[in-house]
Structures are given as structure tokens and as C-alpha cells.
Ligand binder design. Structure first.
Ligand code: FE2
Length: 268
């Protein structure tokens, strides 16, 4: 089971780097398409667009539609739930029973559980009582498979960057930490939002943040030759060892589809 994670594409129409953001997304999808073996799915962990506008989602959805594999999306604080749902509704995996963008994908050896941590009042994460019961229901709907949880806001203390807590209160993050641990079957938590790589734990669960796909919005130190090259992560699951993560640095020229040779993989 292989999952490619991208995040924080911030597609916009009205910024000087709008074309660059679209280019970064297109190059990233082309790189994922050329992976050998091809991943089972792409998960976009939110801030798909920058202003929540339908026109931005149309551009993002068109770029993501070039993927050879299924794409699942997570809502970020810059997203608009209604416009996000409208843009990706035809893909068939989003539920319409509630405002929240949360769901489970059961098609793979690892269940993918997507959580909505968007707050109505801030750009930080929220985890209200209603979402507690929804997450418990999603986790408990199946009791055999391991689970990977995807959130926009990381539910652990991020030790890089100016902010360590990305939820509105430590209590909300602690509440989420308890729910994520209750079944013992959540093996990894994958997040975005911070725009730089980070790793930590949610209790005993491995948790990571993927860097921002948009190269103009990325934080952290990158060598000069990487400034315009998008970065994303590939998470490979082994039943004995759990998830291992590789960070891939995208070539600026879209790679040709694989013949028989494998591409070089760069880990940072
Ligand atoms: Fe973001």
C-alpha cells in the first residue's frame, strides 16, 4: 500500500505567483503518475485553494484530474466546504449527510480516515464534540484493518517554526489525541498546514507534516537549486513495519511515463 501525500497547493487566481502554484501542482501530479510502482492513492491534506472560490476549485480539480490514481481531499482553513464539496462531488467518496468533510476509504489494506479540523472562527484547528462522535464512528466502522488518519492541522506539538500548537486550545488537541488512540488501530497521522516538514507522535502513533506543495508558500531552508522544485511525500505501508516515508523532490521537466526503469528517489 503506497500513498502519495500533497498539501497546501493554495491555488489562486489573483496573486502574482498564481501560475507558479498551478505549475507546482501540475508537476507534482506528473511526478506521481510516473512513479514505479504507482501509488494506490493521492491524499491532498488541505488548503487546496487560497480563497475558497469556485473558480479556484475548478483549476485545482482539473489539475488533480490528470492523476492516474484516485485523489482524496481534506479541507484546510483556506478551503470553503461547500465549494470544495461541489468541485469534488462527482468523484463519489464525499458524503453529503453533513457539513463536515470527513469520511473513510475502505478500498485498501489500510483504511484511510479523513478528519475535518477546520474552525469557523480561526485558522487553527478545531475538534468539537460533534466531530468526536463522528470520528469515533468512522474509526469503529471496521475493526480489522490498520488506519491512517489525514488531517489538515497536525494534532501534535510541532517543534519547528514559530507556532507549536496548531489547534485553538491544548484541550482540543488533547481531546483529538485521546480519540485517535482509543481503538489502538490508528498507525499513522498525516497532516499539512505548517508548510514545512515536521514529525512527532500522537501518543504512540507516528505523525508527520508534509511540506507545502506550492513552492512560493513553503517555509524552511532549501538549497538554491531546490527553490522552484515542489516537494511531496510517499508513504509506504508494510504490515510488519508500518509506514515508511520518503520525501520526493520533483523534477521541473515532467518525467516521461515509466518504461521499465525506476526513477531515482531523493530523501531529505
Ligand atoms: Fe496552507
Amino acid at each position: 500500500m503506497i500513498i502519495a501525500q500533497i498539501s497546501d497547493t493554495h491555488i489562486a487566481l489573483d496573486t502574482p505567483d498564481a501560475d507558479r502554484r498551478l505549475r507546482d501542482l501540475a508537476l507534482t501530479i506528473a511526478d506521481i503518475n510516473a512513479l514505479d510502482p504507482v501509488p494506490d492513492a493521492i491524499v491532498h491534506t488541505g488548503d487546496i485553494v487560497h480563497n475558497g472560490r469556485p473558480e479556484e476549485y475548478a483549476l485545482a480539480a482539473a489539475a488533480l484530474a490528470n492523476s492516474r490514481l484516485p485523489v482524496y481531499v481534506v479541507a484546510g482553513n483556506k478551503d470553503n466546504r461547500a465549494n470544495l464539496r461541489a468541485a469534488f462531488w462527482s468523484d463519489g467518496y464525499l458524503s453529503g449527510d453533513h457539513d463536515f468533510i470527513d469520511y473513510a476509504i475502505d478500498d485498501h489494506p489500510v483504511r484511510l480516515v479523513v478528519l475535518d479540523t477546520v474552525s469557523a472562527g480561526s485558522n487553527k484547528g478545531d475538534f468539537c464534540p460533534e466531530r468526536i462522535s463522528r470520528l469515533i464512528d468512522l474509526i469503529d466502522a471496521e475493526t480489522k484493518k490498520p488506519i491512517a488518519v489525514f488531517t489538515h492541522h497536525p494534532p501534535f506539538e510541532v517543534m519547528v517554526g514559530p507556532e507549536r500548537l496548531h489547534f485553538e486550545t491544548p484541550q482540543k488537541m488533547a481531546r483529538l489525541r485521546r480519540v485517535l488512540q482509543h481503538s489502538g488501530r490508528v498507525v499513522a497521522v498525516f497532516s499539512g498546514h505548517v508548510h514545512r516538514a515536521a514529525a512527532g507522535h500522537v501518543g504512540t502513533i507516528r505523525a508527520t507534516v508534509v511540506p507545502c506543495t506550492a513552492t512560493t508558500r513553503r517555509y524552511g531552508e532549501y538549497p538554491a537549486e531546490m527553490q522552484t522544485r515542489p516537494v511531496y511525500q510517499v508513504h509506504r505501508f508494510d504490515p510488519a513495519w508500518g509506514f515508511a516515508t520518503e520525501t520526493r523532490i520533483v523534477e521541473e521537466v515532467p518525467p516521461a511515463p515509466p518504461l521499465c526503469a525506476t526513477q531515482s528517489v531523493v530523501t531529505i
